[in-house]
Design a protein around this ligand. Sequence first.
Ligand SMILES: NC(=O)C1=CN([C@@H]2O[C@H](COP(=O)(O)OP(=O)(O)OC[C@H]3O[C@@H](n4cnc5c(N)ncnc54)[C@H](O)[C@@H]3O)[C@@H](O)[C@H]2O)C=CC1
Ligand SMILES: O=C(O)[C@@H]1CCC=N1
Length: 267
Amino acid sequence: MTSNILIYGYGTMAAAMVDGWLHAGVPADTITAYNPRPKQAAPGVRLVTELPETQFDFVVLGFKPYMLADIAPAMQAVAGQGTAILSVLAGVDLATLRRSFPKAGGVVRFMPNLAVALGKSPNALVAEGLDDHRRDQVTGLAEMLGSAEWLAGEQQFELVTALAGSGPGFVYRFIDALASGAASLGLESAQAQRLAVQMVEGAAALAAASPDAPGELARRVASPGGMTQKGLDVLDKDAALATLVERCLRAARDRGVAMGEEARKQG
Ligand SMILES: NC(=O)C1=CN([C@@H]2O[C@H](COP(=O)(O)OP(=O)(O)OC[C@H]3O[C@@H](n4cnc5c(N)ncnc54)[C@H](O)[C@@H]3O)[C@@H](O)[C@H]2O)C=CC1
Ligand SMILES: O=C(O)[C@@H]1CCC=N1
């Protein structure tokens, strides 16, 4: 793909996406990263602190959602009819993006997680105004970072963001809890952390490779009357883990909805 890409706001998420694209073979000289504060860019990527005057095929919005109303007016010159806006901004809906970039050819909500850097992120997508060619290109850009998950509609986008965008944060807490639990029961803490991380990596790889659902995989680990079942009984009692995780996802989703409302009011 030889399309040119502007990254507008080169922070943690956008830099991880750039790393993923470079790793997948996107030529570095097709990527320009604009950030108001100078910082180190990936090798070969042009980092600028002044906005270029040319239009781009893709413009990735990599700043914080609340900044959209302030920033969008200054961006009109880089987003013309031939431009697809790729927004990773949590909560900001297609209608707000469309109002913010009326001249752009199309707007896309593109929700990744930080595993884009390794090409291992599920990427949720919804779009408006894309022709088939651009849509195929967006699918290709997403697949280079993991997978392209086009949603039928926008209604569940905040829930999908909570699950797949915020999800690594929740999994890291669980890894932490495994490690600190083992440490408080007597294991050396660096070793506990190493074991917890490797165990989760292997378990996730196995789940990804298996045709069976995680529930069935858990059943296979738990020998009847054995150790695993005793541990699962603690997590399952009164649906403790399931209830906690549902509350966690609801809180994250609802925050996304509120952030979207704030952006709508400002825009
Ligand atoms: N961190 C994550 O795991 C995920 C983040 N996101 C989304 O990614 C976006 C960025 O989040 P992070 O990378 O975590 O934050 P960050 O704070 O690391 O990045 C924000 C970047 O915007 C830049 N910036 C500040 N003012 C600017 C301006 N006026 N014009 C252009 N750029 C400006 C900052 O210098 C910084 O480089 C957010 O909208 C968030 O919702 C989405 C999915 C996952
Ligand atoms: O915490 C946030 O708002 C963003 C959305 C998904 C991950 N980070």
